[in-house]
Design a protein around this ligand. Structure first.
Ligand SMILES: [Zn+2]
Length: 65
């Protein structure tokens, strides 16, 4: 199973968007991050392992600097 990342904020906060009448729009996503608010058709799929590696890389860099 893959993780969907928001293309704008790169967080795993995407969920399927619903339109105003409440119908599910399966090909559209919205970001549940309040500061981002992305809605659109683009999502970035990554393997959970890759996502963990990214997080580790970031924290390693921060620790060095
Ligand atoms: Zn976002």
């Amino acid at each position: 199973m893959k993780i969907r990342l928001c293309p704008k904020c790169k967080k795993p906060t995407l969920r399927n968007a619903t339109n105003v009448s409440g119908w599910l729009a399966p090909s559209m996503y919205e970001c549940s991050d309040n500061e981002c608010g992305y809605v659109g058709y683009i999502n970035i799929e990554v393997d959970p392992e890759d996502f963990k590696l990214d997080e580790e890389d970031k924290s390693n860099k921060e620790a060095k600097e």
